[in-house]
Design a protein around this ligand. Structure first.
Ligand code: UD1
Length: 341
């Protein structure tokens, strides 16, 4: 049985991935400092997977504490590294905290891999590395643009660190997964996204508006050069996304990589505008959403969606869950968490 160390495993994408790994019979050790998640997530995981993952509360900024986890769980076969700060706006306010957290944690894990003989890592990257693309859809070979935020820059630098680290140590197999816009929740509604405070992202803002916590959704701009004027993104279901991690882990463990450092886009290949998302949400929930158009949000790109050919053919993965089912899962999750509080 393979043992996978999942950093940030109580977070949004991490928790869904832990469930999929456990369903495949893998042993999971979660490390998380609970800075943006809580221990109740473990109950949700256990309820779905029928088993509780190992859990260590620790901060990857501390090298010795990181090493201690590898000593305690000898025999880790691979790491999936989700743990990172991810709020674009906050990263502009606190750039040093973002560089410290996101870079140091990766460096400590790579050092631990050398020290404890762990050869494989999957890293959470983002389509933010493509910036405003020159042509669509974006392939893995599309140019990396200057990052528009410290958060985006940490993803670019982390990818470079991985590439350089792999080049210096040929035994390592590393994969960066570039997520487009992950949304939705597990169909059981037992795990999902838990934004703290006012959400920055579109879907949690929509569900919180629909349930009455927010008065109105602001649509950031209707004067983009798109068919309906609102910005276009590639919204990918979080369970689909989680399953791609299982594929990536298997590819590493079975040594099927074409190159020792690889990059995959994870999206649906289909772009949806903000207005299209709102309409789809209204359709599946049957209730009108209160929204108004405001100015564009600084730093937003006009449109970005993935060319998924490489992930389809090489990883053997394809997004399967449609937008309506996905929005319904986000809505079910919103209703579930509000019923508890
Ligand atoms: C951003 C980041 C991405 C990061 C992700 C997760 C960039 C360019 N993108 O994605 O790297 O991984 O957050 O935190 O840095 N919108 C509204 N009203 C709202 C909220 C959003 O109209 O209240 C619109 C946005 O303008 C955008 C779309 O909805 O067009 C999606 O926004 P959001 O969910 O915040 O994701 P991104 O900005 O695409």
């Amino acid at each position: 049985m393979s043992t996978i160390l999942v950093t940030g495993g109580t977070g949004y994408i991490g928790s869904h991935t832990v469930v999929e790994l456990m369903r495949e019979g893998m042993e999971v050790v979660i490390v998380d400092n609970l800075s943006n998640s809580n221990l109740e997530v473990l109950d949700g995981i256990e309820a779905i997977a029928g088993k509780r993952p190992h859990f260590e509360e620790m901060d990857l900024r501390e090298r010795d504490a990181t090493y201690r986890v590898f000593e305690k769980y000898a025999g880790v076969d691979a790491i999936i590294h989700f743990a990172a700060f991810k709020a674009v706006g906050e990263s502009v306010e606190k750039p040093l905290a973002y560089y410290e957290n996101n870079l140091l944690s990766l460096i400590h894990l790579l050092e631990a891999m050398d020290r404890y003989g762990v050869d494989h890592m999957v890293f959470s990257s983002s389509c933010t590395v493509y910036g405003e693309p020159d042509s669509l859809p974006v392939t893995e070979d599309s140019p990396i643009k200057k990052a528009t935020s410290p958060y985006g820059n940490t993803k670019q630098i982390c990818e470079e660190i991985l590439q350089d680290s792999q080049a210096s140590s040929p035994g390592k197999g590393l994969i960066s997964l570039r997520y487009f816009n992950p949304i939705g929740a597990h169909p059981s509604a037992m795990i999902g996204e838990l934004p703290s405070g006012v959400p920055n992202n579109l879907i949690p803002f929509i569900t919180q508006t629909a349930i009455g916590i927010r008065e109105q959704l602001s649509v950031f701009g209707d004067d983009y050069n798109t068919p309906d004027g609102s910005a276009i993104r590639d919204y990918i279901n979080v369970v689909d996304l989680a399953r791609a991690h299982v594929k990536a882990i298997r590819r590493l463990l079975e040594k099927r990589q074409k190159q020792a450092y690889e990059v995959f886009n994870l999206g649906t290949g289909r772009g949806l505008s903000v207005f299209e998302v709102i309409r789809a949400f209204e359709k599946v929930t049957g209730q009108p959403l209160n929204f108004r158009v405001v100015d564009r949000r600084e730093g937003d790109v006009e449109q970005v969606y993935a060319d998924t050919t490489y992930a389809n053919t090489e990883l053997g993965w394809k997004a399967e869950i449609g937008i309506e089912e996905t929005l319904l899962s986000a809505w079910d999750w919103e209703k579930y968490i509000r019923s508890k509080s």
